[in-house]
Design a protein around this ligand. Sequence first.
Ligand code: SF4
Ligand code: SF4
Length: 252
Amino acid sequence: MSRQRTRQAVLTISAILFPVTFYYLSPAVILMGASEGIVTGSFIVFGLLFFGSLFFGRAFCGWICPGGAIGEGMCRIRDRRVTRRWVSWIKYAIWVPWLALIAALAVRAGGLTRAEFTYQTWHGISVSSWNALFVFAIVVTLIASLTLLVGRRGFCHTACWMAPFMILGRALRDRLRLPGLRLQVHASDCISCGACTRTCPMSLDVQAMVKHEAMTATECILCARCADGCPKNVISLRFCGASDCWHDNSPQ
Ligand code: SF4
Ligand code: SF4
């Protein structure tokens, strides 16, 4: 369990630093920058998340994201599995128009002509004014509320604007069968105890995934809680090629 303690420690530090990093993860700052033809810090970070997901999938969500940290923290108040699968589609209905708006604003500004990583920050610090603090409080409240209303990591399922970048990147990696961080299973050792399903912070039916040897759920954030909670060590988190990790019934 020391791996999970490490993960929790990283998430806690990330949550503490969120007032600093807030604008580097902001969808609104990208829009503001695009309207002035500026590539902002959040634009660059989202690009890095996409390219990082080609190798590490959604590990950022499971190990680093401050929004995920708040979501998991709120589970100490109300820990409820997400049972309505369709809620995970909501984020795409937000993401696609948002991308279109970025493109439209950039075109209207005559293209993205310069980069400014610390755009709208004070010496690189995001929350440095009362206005920024107000917006920050709204976002934190939104993340916390969605966890309480929808269930575990409710914000990750329904509203996260970063997740689709990494879902796309991982899908591309898997399509190309590139090496990367993946879950590997030895299904024949499974005793169907259900511990993996109960512990999954993304409310996935991990036991069924193990049974079908299909560990490629788009909502999996590679947190490894299922692996660390399995009494038979059926699941492992490994950096491996697709052919090493997958069996016949995995995507081709
Ligand atoms: S926790 Fe391990 S043994 Fe139990 S159902 Fe999941 S994979 Fe099988
Ligand atoms: S399936 Fe395992 S690694 Fe993926 S989100 Fe659930 S607990 Fe984490």
